[in-house]
Design a protein around this ligand. Structure first.
Ligand SMILES: [Zn+2]
Length: 210
């Protein structure tokens, strides 16, 4: 079973969480959120909130902070904080996009004292992995794991119970990312799939995956 926790493409398999932004897909699990690049205007929050009670909406996201792209960081922070509050209200995990803003991210999460599972998606900053694990974050790995050597080294030491895999908006198949991850962890594919399925059931509790 290849669980893919973040993709922008509708999959043939139903074991993926489609990043659906502000409209629900016809079928399959999805996440709803306001991307930090679109933090303005805030009127979308009300549309998003309506989607969160949909039976297939299993997470909020992607939301977060990006210092390289998007509106002023202050605006991004307002949008992100609002979405964390919605995560608390609707008891949902959050799929987080974070670019060069880890200090701010940790500060905001500490201030809000959010206990919901928080997953950094497309994680590729190996130097900060230990700090994020100590803080309780989950890390989701995508195509960068195939080629980024320092990320591969960090990945070997990240507890398996904090790992997710995804293909995001890349054309790389999720199977390839699983194969690479299993090799790095020195696990069989079945062992890795079992661990990630277990993590999925713990974190995405609304998702009915048998
Ligand atoms: Zn994405």
């Amino acid at each position: 079973m290849y669980v893919n926790i973040h993709t922008h493409k509708k999959q043939s398999s139903d074991l993926a969480i489609l990043n659906a932004d502000l409209s629900a897909p016809d079928s399959g699990a999805f996440s709803s959120g306001i991307h930090p690049w679109n933090s303005e205007p805030m009127v979308h929050l009300a549309d998003m909130e309506k989607l969160l009670t949909h039976e297939n909406c299993v997470a909020i996201g992607e939301c977060g902070l990006d210092k390289l792209k998007g509106p002023d960081l202050k605006l991004q922070e307002i949008s992100f904080r609002s979405q964390l509050q919605l995560a608390i209200k609707f008891d949902l995990p959050c799929i987080i996009h974070c670019v060069r803003s880890y200090e701010e991210l940790i500060k905001i999460c500490d201030q809000i004292k959010i206990q919901n599972p928080l997953i950094i998606h497309g994680f590729n900053k190996s130097k900060i992995s230990d700090q994020l694990i100590i803080k309780g974050f989950y890390l989701s790995f995508g195509h960068d794991l195939l080629s980024n050597i320092s990320l591969q080294e960090a990945f070997k030491n990240i507890p398996t119970d904090r790992i997710f895999l995804e293909n995001d908006d890349s054309s790389i198949e999720i199977e390839k990312i699983y194969e690479c991850a299993a090799n790095l962890k020195e696990l069989t594919l079945q062992e890795l799939q079992g661990s990630i399925l277990k993590n999925t059931k713990q974190v995405f509790r609304k998702w009915q995956i048998g």
